[in-house]
Design a protein around this ligand. Structure first.
Ligand code: KIV
Ligand code: ZN
Length: 518
């Protein structure tokens, strides 16, 4: 019998806290479905009290996910716990994850609470969470810098109150693997079988995966991690690295295993990269573009003679299909539909029809359509924001001698509006002209462009972050085209549509003023 380590994925919550990684509800649902296919035990779908958008995404994920447990984060506050409980209510398997800081520095300066008050609050939070669900996880935030005796005291109290998973986060990525291992060993001796010990490691010193693995070797039976190691600052522990390390080093881990279907690792990584616009670095372990590429002649020769000369894992084991069929101009609807399904997308007839039309348009311009192109074609249209404004035409004049200018046609309420303007550069001219046409003035905070595939006909994906109203959170927009300028214009218009949709949502039921951060 395998000794299972539960995989708790927090790509949709801690991962989303990566700068530029905000996702809309539709995008989160696609990722959640893929995480379920990957075999993740628990999906942390968000932080319900943070914003109406987060609440909506968690609720909708709870309605569609059947195998994995759906979890919402909640501070140790009544309002947060109630929002979490309501958001996950439709889920078949549900969990509330509540937390409070336990390190001296956090308690004194952030919470301004005495240690006894922190324990009291934690106990109340767990008891209240148990009114909504049986499965409650409690996290000692900044446990990596907390005192062992205090940790034991609070852990005792929350287990007594009904928590069945105790999470030990190294919130600031401070610990070294041997220290993390010693801490988990001592806590395992203390907790015994009363609760599952979980770890949640951040990567500030590049040790998140090593710290998670040492924790597993010392008794942790849940690891919290993200796809591609996404997450705030230097990110969280990368799931693919943890899972493949356990699978590859059976000599070290023995009976310890996970329930992850490793063949879904690569497709999941690509989906998350396509949706967030954040590409893993090329030399990233397991899922980087070069992770299984051999450049030097000596290595190539060795691998051809015997694969294991330079490879400790097989590309097929992570679902990297080096011979993937490439679609093209002559591929029909059936071939396209099959590939879309194989890539893990669950589209209704209308969505499939629209995606196929976009595929045909692209195939006219691009000889080979890769899996990444298809993922982009689908995910770039995944928006819950209605298209209040729609880009119809773009014409630019970026001659190096003259003043950059752009002419833009936008459809709004059934009418086409055209205008032209100038700017400090071509992109600036495009965005300023869209501002004039729409009547909304945006301030660009971030602009990223990525080539989806290789070659001169590669698709360009543009992600912009724009503030349309001072004091409000920046919104994200995505645009995709073979032409970078058109992708930029689409991204800017999509950000404007997201802003209008968010504004409508906020003015609706709750009247919240913006997204709270933890
Ligand atoms: O890093 C951290 O401490 C967290 C907690 C909320 C679990 O993300
Ligand atoms: Zn975290």
């Amino acid at each position: 019998m395998a000794d299972i380590v539960k995989i708790f994925d927090t790509t949709l919550r801690d991962g989303e806290q990566s700068p530029g990684a905000s996702m809309n509800s539709e995008e989160k649902i696609q990722i959640a479905k893929q995480l379920e296919k990957l075999g993740v035990d628990i999906i942390e779908a968000g932080f319900a009290a943070a914003s109406p958008g987060d609440f909506d995404a968690i609720r909708r994920i709870s309605e569609v996910i059947k195998e994995s447990t759906v979890c919402s984060l909640a501070r140790a506050l009544e309002g947060d716990i109630r929002a979490a409980g309501e958001a996950i209510a439709p889920a078949r398997h549900k969990r509330i994850h509540t937390f409070i800081a336990t390190s001296p520095i956090h308690m004194e300066y952030k919470l301004r609470m005495a240690p006894e008050q922190v324990i009291e609050r934690a106990v109340q939070a767990v008891r209240y969470a148990r009114e909504f669900v049986d499965d409650v996880e409690f996290s000692c935030e900044d446990a990596g810098r907390s005192e062992m005796e205090f940790l034991k005291e609070i852990i005792d109290a929350v287990i007594e109150a009904g928590a069945s998973t105790i999470n030990i986060p190294d919130t600031v990525g401070y610990r070294f693997p041997h220290e993390m291992g010693e801490m988990i060993k001592e806590l395992k001796e203390f907790i015994g079988e009363r609760a599952v010990i979980s770890v949640h490691c951040h990567n500030d010193l590049g040790l998140a995966v090593a710290n998670s693995l040492y924790s597993v070797l010392n008794g942790a039976r849940q690891v919290e991690c993200t796809i591609n190691g996404l997450g705030e600052r230097a990110g969280n522990a990368a799931m693919e690295e943890i899972v493949m390390a356990i699978k590859t080093r059976r000599d070290i881990f023995g009976e310890i295993d996970t329930r992850i279907n490793t063949k879904e690792i690569y497709p999941t990584s690509r989906l998350v990269a396509a949706i967030t616009g954040i590409e893993p670095q090329p030399n990233k372990a397991i899922v980087g573009k070069n992770a299984f590429a051999h450049e030097s002649g000596i290595h190539q020769d060795g691998v051809l003679k015997h694969q294991q000369t330079y490879e400790i894992m097989r590309a097929e084991d992570i679902g990297l299909d080096r011979n993937a069929i490439v679609l093209g101009k002559h591929s029909g609807r059936h071939a396209f539909k099959r590939r879309v399904q194989e890539l893990g997308f669950d589209l209704d007839e209308g969505e499939l029809k629209r995606a196929f039309e976009r595929f045909k348009l692209l195939a006219d311009k691009k000889k080979e359509i890769t899996d990444d192109d298809i993922r982009m074609l689908i995910t770039s249209e995944l928006s819950s924001a209605p298209e209040v404004f729609k880009l119809k035409k773009l014409q630019i004049n970026d001659c190096s001698e003259g003043v950059p200018s752009a002419a833009v046609t936008i459809e709004h309420e059934g009418r086409e509006i055209t205008d032209a303007g100038i700017g400090d550069g071509t992109i600036d001219a495009i965005f300023k002209t869209i501002d004039r046409v729409s009547g909304y003035k945006g301030r660009l905070k971030d602009y990223q462009v990525t080539a989806v595939s290789q070659g001169k006909d590669a698709l360009a994906k543009v992600v912009v972050k724009v503030v349309f109203e001072e004091g409000r959170e920046a919104v994200i927009g995505h645009g995709l085209s073979i032409d970078t300028m058109i992708a930029s214009a689409k991204a800017y218009v999509s950000a404007l549509n997201s802003y209008l949709s968010m504004k409508a949502l906020l003015q609706g039921e709750r009247g919240d003023s913006g997204k709270e951060s933890i």
